[in-house]
Design a protein around this ligand. Structure first.
Ligand SMILES: [Zn+2]
Length: 163
């Protein structure tokens, strides 16, 4: 298996890792208070340059899901199928997140029952900040890594990285 997930990020995307203390922090426009995702250089609403990382309400609803079956990145390809979800936060912004181990494909497929989730930030094995959607019942749980949030075994022989 490949050692680490891909680490290519924009400068703003890299800043997500600095916010990864399990509390959801996103960029917010200092002028119009629009919550922004993905991280960017300018506000998408008013083009303001001054954006601050601030804590935001992490509650939202699952909108959609996709099961990754293939990837050009070996690290993901070796771990498929991989469940990704789109979450609409109460703040009004939509996020693409990894799905916590307890979010099942059945939950994401039944659109008649809205699924409430909580989103948090943790680091993947490469040290990049990533978003994880988890059930409301798991809100407040702290995860040392993305791999732990996904319920994977973590081998200490590999520096705490999932194998
Ligand atoms: Zn703005």
């Amino acid at each position: 298996m490949s050692g680490l997930p891909p680490t290519n990020r924009t400068q703003q995307g890299s800043e997500l890792a600095l916010q990864s203390d399990n509390e959801l922090m996103l960029q917010v426009c200092d002028h119009c208070n629009t919550v922004l995702y993905p991280p960017r250089e300018l506000c998408s609403r008013c083009l303001e340059e001054n954006l601050s990382w601030r804590p935001v309400n992490a509650r939202g609803t699952l909108l959609a899901h996709v099961e990754l079956a293939r990837s050009f990145e070996d690290w993901f390809s070796e771990r498929t199928p991989w469940l990704l979800v789109t979450v609409r936060l109460q703040e009004g912004v939509s996020l693409i997140c990894h799905a916590h181990a307890s979010i099942t494909r059945v939950q994401t497929s039944d659109s008649s029952k809205p699924v409430s989730v909580h989103v948090s930030i943790c680091k993947d094995a490469g040290g990049s900040g990533v978003l994880v959607a988890m059930p409301e019942s798991a809100a407040g749980e702290k995860f040392a890594s993305l791999e732990a949030a996904l319920g994977w075994p973590v081998a200490e022989d590999f520096g705490g990285r999932a194998v």
